[in-house]
Design a protein around this ligand. Structure first.
Ligand code: CMP
Length: 141
């Protein structure tokens, strides 16, 4: 079993799609280990996306990610990191495959409904960015 991090982004929250996205993730075989709802500060969003600092979209991305609440979620499945990337689809919803979360719910390359860790190393870092070890629950009970 592997764990990864998803974030339901402010556009999807504002559109009232959080429940549908969580249902899509569960139907796709992921189990929820932890989740919280929060509003990111500029410092938190900047730190989370530090790898993109200097890119033309960075400042707009931080503005977007702090524009409303988000739901970070820890998900568990076999091969969770790669499988979640498949289930959410390409960064740009115009390029995302039919049936993926971004195809269904995203509006643009920036406002793309959901984030997913892009490697096992990033997943470990991103999970601990939002959740202390004791907040992670075994979904099997
Ligand atoms: P995410 O998977 O959260 O990782 C980085 C985010 O930056 C990405 O989703 C998009 O929200 C945003 N992003 C990436 N590339 C671009 C781009 N070319 N223009 C605008 N936003 C982008």
């Amino acid at each position: 079993m592997e764990r990864t991090l998803a974030i339901i982004k402010p556009d999807a929250m504002g559109a009232g799609k959080a429940g549908k996205i969580l249902a899509h993730l569960e139907t796709s075989g992921f189990r929820v280990c932890a989740l919280r709802m929060m509003r990111l500060t500029e410092a938190q969003a900047g730190a989370f996306y530090a790898v993109h600092r200097g890119r033309p979209f960075y400042e707009s991305l931080v503005r977007f990610m702090t524009s409303g609440p988000v739901i970070p979620v820890v998900l568990e499945a076999e091969n969770a990191v790669a499988r979640l990337r498949e289930v959410i689809g390409a960064t740009d919803p115009a390029e995302a495959a039919e049936g993926t979360i971004r195809k269904l719910y995203a509006g643009s390359k920036e406002r793309n409904a959901i984030h997913a860790s892009d490697s096992p190393k990033a997943a470990a870092e991103e999970v601990s960015f939002f959740f202390p070890q004791e907040a992670l629950v075994d979904p099997e009970g």
